[in-house]
Design a protein around this ligand. Structure first.
Ligand code: HAM
Length: 420
């Protein structure tokens, strides 16, 4: 029998690379924790209807990419393809919006599932860190989120990303634009499927990657020309706040997102070293989503950054994160008595917060030192019968190769001093 493999479109995170993923999640969430966002965690699956209504019946995510299933109890569920609808559902269910402290600011980190055609940067299981600010209409909130994402990427050392910014209007001006675009698209020479899309979701056609379609789209009505006064003023203020913060962005009138809930501010973070799956993160305002899922009017804004693609972006830029050493000290006992004594030392060092590991499995000195080397530990502690009789262990600096005895009861203090 052949061994099992990870399902198509998925991959495992394993040491040592998995440490980079943890560091990326930490770097993205740090600015959020520092800005009033509280941690939220929701189930990995939800009622399928939540996503159908929230993300949009006609989106690719809902029609083609959802892992939907019926439970033995007859519930219609789906693995979450994104986080916004779930987080808003959770906030509404717990009445967080009624606690009188709007906006409710939440951040999350987790796994998401989309049945997409796998390729580099596009997986069926991927992870995001996201933020949602629920219940306030304020351009400063849109700006805050974009600034925090920019800060997160910069703190990781990323430089070759760009921020694309657009406004999709609101319930006053978007329908007028939509109708104008539809009228324009009807006059083009498009295949049947695209014409159908133009009827259901015309803005998606702007996102068509085919050159012949893009060519026909020159001269298409442009959203900025259709924004109402309120949306124009709102967008102007978002842009001014970003300018004041020194965050560079590009206006992109053709930026449309793959989810239907967006209104007004929309943005995407793209990285130029990633080929076709260049969006490392995205988000925007979703003023109507709460009502779409049965809640009160709660204008909101948020984003999600893709952890997998952020790691690819780091690789593309050749950025090596400074990761903390996983093991600082490695203990090698020679003989039974040493095993007992050193194991006690290991526990003592760990309690003091020093990352320490132990040679298990009764290896000889040579094999154990190989393990010590591989662990990346800066120091090893070696002890045999004679050392114990003298009340010492041998402390070896793996960088300089220097070695010398240290009294057993001075090991902790000595290592503390040496490790700074
Ligand atoms: P999204 O643009 O669908 O937005 O996903 C956000 C990010 O997740 C993408 O930019 C990408 O980095 C990553 N991502 C998406 N699909 C995949 C995939 N198949 N493989 C690898 N990475 C992927 C949302 O999900 C919205 N909920 C963002 C948001 C929050 N809007 C408002 N609040």
């Amino acid at each position: 029998m052949s061994t099992f493999q990870a399902p198509k479109g998925t991959y495992d995170l394993l040491p040592p690379n998995s440490a980079t993923y943890l560091a990326v999640r930490e770097a993205i969430s740090a600015p959020l924790k520092n800005s009033g966002y509280g941690y939220v965690e929701t189930p990995g699956f939800e009622n399928v209807e939540l996503f159908a209504r929230g993300v949009g019946e006609s989106t690719d995510i809902v029609t083609k990419e959802m892992y939907a299933f019926e439970t033995k109890g007859g519930d219609q569920l789906a693995l979450r393809p994104e986080g916004t609808a779930s987080v808003l559902r959770a906030a509404l269910e717990a009445n967080l919006h009624k606690a009188g402290n709007l906006p409710v600011k939440l951040w999350y980190s987790g796994s998401y599932y989309r049945y997409e055609r796998p390729q580099k940067g596009r997986y069926r299981h991927f992870s995001q860190v996201g933020a949602e600010a629920i219940g306030a209409e304020d351009p400063a909130l849109d700006a805050e989120l974009i600034i925090l994402a920019d800060q997160a990427y910069r703190s990781l050392g990323l430089r070759n990303f760009r921020i694309l910014l657009n406004s999709l209007g609101d319930k006053e001006c978007r329908p007028v634009y939509r109708a104008a675009l539809q009228e324009f698209l009807r006059g083009l020479d498009l295949d049947e499927e695209t014409l159908r899309r133009a009827e259901i979701n015309p803005l998606r056609v702007l996102d068509d990657k085919r050159a012949d379609v893009q060519k026909q789209l020159t001269g298409a009505p442009s959203m900025p020309d259709y924004l109402c006064d309120a949306c124009t003023a709102y967008h102007k203020e978002v842009r001014e706040l970003l300018d004041a913060a020194g965050v560079v962005y590009e206006d992109d009138a053709k930026l449309v997102r793959g989810l239907d809930y967006y209104t007004r501010t929309t943005f995407e973070f793209v990285h130029d070293g990633l080929g076709s799956q260049s969006a490392v993160g995205g988000g925007g305002r979703y003023d109507g989503l709460s009502e779409m899922i049965g809640g009160p009017s709660l204008p909101s804004v948020g984003w999600a950054l893709g952890v997998d693609r952020t790691v690819l972006a780091l690789e593309a830029e050749g950025v090596d994160l400074e990761l903390p050493a996983t093991t600082s000290v490695f203990a090698v006992p020679l003989g039974e008595e040493a095993r007992r004594v050193l194991f006690g030392k290991v526990t003592e060092l760990r309690k003091a917060g020093i990352a320490t590991d132990f040679s298990y499995g009764g290896k000889g000195l040579k094999g154990a030192m190989k393990n010590a080397n591989r662990s990346g530990a800066r120091f090893t502690l070696v002890a045999g019968e004679r050392d114990l009789a003298d009340g010492v262990v041998q402390l070896k600096d793996m960088e300089s190769g220097e070695q010398g005895p240290v009294a057993l009861d001075a090991v902790l203090e000595t290592l503390k001093a040496k490790l700074g």
